[in-house]
Design a protein around this ligand. Structure first.
Ligand code: 2AM
Ligand code: CA
Ligand code: CA
Ligand code: CA
Length: 285
C-alpha cells in the first residue's frame, strides 16, 4: 500500500521539525492579545494559536506524507463522544498522525509556563513515533518504537521508587465537570495521604514526558483524548515505564482514563484508584 520506502527516522525527523517550528511560534505568542473562545464548556478554552498551530503541523506533515491521515484536536468538533467517533473514522488507516498542537491551553492563556506540542505517528494503530516539545524550556522529548526515548539526545529512564509513599505523582483537572471531575476528585482524595506529594501541572503530554524522564513517579487522569496521550505513552514505554487504562487494561488509542508510572509502583497506584472508584466511568476502559 505504501508507494515508497521511508525509514522511521524520516517520520521522526518530520515530527521533530513540526513540533519545534510550531513550538517556537506558540512561544512567540505568549502574552500577546489572543482571540479566544470556549468550546464544549465555559472552562474549555481555544485560541487562534491552537488553530494556527494545528494548521502549521498539518501542512508540514502533509508536505512529506500526503496520503497519511491526521487526527488533530482542533479538527474534531467538541463534545463528550466526539473524539471516540473521530478515532473510529481513522483508526484503520495505515499511517495515522495524532496531534495536539497546544497541550495545556489554559496554561498558555495565563502565561503559566507549562504547555507543549504533542505529535505521535501510529502504524496500523501501533504508535511508532512520539515527540513532545516544551518551547519554554526548549526541551524536546523523542521516542521511537523499540529504540528508546531521549530528551535532547540523552537517553531517558523512569524513576526508581518502589512504593507510592516515596512517589511524586501527578494528577489532572480536566475542565469537564459533569463527566470527569467527580472521579478525578476521588482519585486526588485517595492518593493524597498515600504519596510523597501530588502535582497538577495542566499538560497531560508533559506529565507523561516527565514520567519518562524520571521526574515524576506516576501520573493519572480521567477523561482525556487520544491526542493528549499518544506521544507520551510511547515516551513512557520506551523509558522502561508502564502505561495502562486506570482500570489496568493495556494502553491503546481508545484509552481515555490513563495511568502511567515507572512500572514499579504501578500496581499500588492502580489499586488505590480502584478502591476509590476513581478508575473512570461506565465500562472503565
Ligand atoms: P488541552 O490543553 O490540549 O485542551 C489537563 O488536565 C489536560 O486536559 C490537558 O491535556 C488538556 O488539554 C486536557 N483538556 C482540556 N480540556 C479538556 C476537556 N474539555 N475534556 C478533556 N480534556 C481536556
Ligand atoms: Ca483543548
Ligand atoms: Ca490536550
Ligand atoms: Ca490542545
Amino acid at each position: 500500500k505504501t508507494p515508497y520506502v521511508v525509514s522511521s527516522k524520516s517520520y521522526t525527523a518530520v515530527a521533530i521539525n513540526a513540533a519545534a517550528k510550531t513550538g517556537e511560534w506558540i512561544k512567540s505568542k505568549v502574552g500577546s492579545s489572543l482571540k479566544m473562545s470556549t468550546k464544549y464548556s465555559e472552562q474549555d478554552l481555544v485560541t487562534e494559536v491552537d488553530k494556527g498551530a494545528e494548521q502549521m503541523i498539518r501542512r508540514l506533515i502533509l508536505t512529506h506524507f500526503p496520503d497519511h491521515a491526521i487526527l488533530g484536536e482542533e479538527g474534531v468538533e467538541p463534545g463528550p463522544d466526539a473524539s471516540n467517533l473521530a478515532l473510529q473514522a481513522v483508526k484503520d488507516e495505515e499511517f495515522l498522525w495524532i496531534v495536539d498542537p497546544v497541550d495545556g491551553t489554559t496554561n498558555f492563556v495565563h502565561g503559566f509556563p507549562f504547555f507543549s506540542v504533542s505529535i505521535a505517528l501510529a502504524h496500523h494503530g501501533e504508535i511508532i513515533v512520539g515527540v513532545i516539545y516544551d518551547p519554554i524550556r526548549d526541551e524536546l522529548f523523542v521516542a521511537e518504537k523499540g529504540k528508546g526515548a531521549y530528551v535532547h539526545g540523552n537517553r531517558m529512564q523512569v524513576s526508581q521508587e518502589e512504593h507510592l509513599s516515596d512517589g511524586l505523582i501527578a494528577v489532572g483537572f480536566p475542565p469537564d465537570p459533569s463527566f470527569a471531575l467527580p472521579a478525578n476528585m476521588a482519585a486526588v482524595q485517595a492518593l493524597a495521604p498515600k504519596v510523597r506529594n501530588l502535582r497538577a501541572g495542566g499538560s497531560a503530554a508533559l506529565h507523561l514526558a516527565y514520567v519518562a524522564a524520571g521526574r515524576l513517579s506516576g501520573y493519572t487522569e480521567i477523561g482525556l483524548n487520544p491526542w493528549d496521550i499518544a506521544a507520551g505513552a510511547l515516551l513512557v514505554q520506551e523509558s522502561g515505564g508502564m502505561v495502562t487504562s486506570t482500570a489496568g487494561h493495556p494502553y491503546d488509542l481508545s484509552v481515555r482514563h490513563v495511568t502511567a508510572s515507572n512500572g514499579k509502583l504501578h500496581h499500588e497506584l492502580i489499586t488505590v484508584l480502584k478502591e476509590a472508584k476513581a478508575t473512570g466511568i461506565a465500562e472503565d476502559k
